[in-house]
Design a protein around this ligand. Structure first.
Ligand code: PRP
Length: 179
């Protein structure tokens, strides 16, 4: 695929992310204190860096699982279909569950995933999203914990891609097209 040339301007530094992840983990640990096990569910692929850092800061017994949903398929308007490409390996009935998402944009992905998981009867179901773009929201939904609210910019890094590239940047950057 050919791509117009672009540069990436740093928006949130690796240091700022690390500090925020630590603070989020403290709040999540306090919220779930006493749990026999917290099932931390990463939504693939974008959350893989965030979940790796977050779970290492949680002072709780944790199980890690993954779910993959595709949100940016063909449809671009509000009755957008979200497909589950990979389901959880484990059961979540009666469990404490934390869904970890890299970014909430229109909210379709999160809304669909929560609907699906709620139907399985978890004891508690909460969400931690690193980034939130409230100005893009089409579904009335919010994460329980949000790392950073950001404007409607095209962001990459720390797990987030642009055409499958730039997920490995240690910071969050803003894509700026040159042409
Ligand atoms: C991105 C992102 C969220 C979703 C947010 O995933 O990781 O899951 O879109 O968008 P929404 O709020 O408008 O639904 P994407 O489908 O691009 O897959 P990826 O995580 O594999 O990059």
């Amino acid at each position: 695929m050919t791509q117009n040339p672009y540069v990436i301007d740093q928006m949130i530094s690796a240091k700022a992310i690390a500090a925020r992840v630590e603070a989020l983990a403290r709040e999540i640990t306090a919220h779930f204190r006493g749990t026999d096990k917290l099932v931390v569910v990463g939504l693939l692929r974008g959350s893989f860096v965030f979940i790796a850092d977050l779970v290492r800061e949680l002072d709780l017994p944790v199980e890690v699982d993954f779910l993959e949903a595709s949100s940016y398929g063909d449809a671009t308007h509000s009755s957008r279909e979200v497909r589950i490409l990979k389901d959880l390996r484990g059961e979540i009935a009666g469990r404490d569950v934390l869904v970890v998402e890299d970014i909430v944009d229109t909210g379709f992905t999160l809304s669909h995933v929560l609907h699906l998981l709620r139907a399985r009867g978890p004891k508690r179901l909460e969400v931690c999203a690193l980034l939130d773009k409230p100005s893009r929201r089409e579904v009335d939904i919010r994460a329980t914990w949000t790392g950073f609210e950001i404007p409607d910019e095209f962001v990459v890094g720390y797990g987030i891609d642009f055409a499958q590239r730039n997920r490995n940047l240690p910071y969050i950057g803003k894509v700026r097209f040159l042409a």
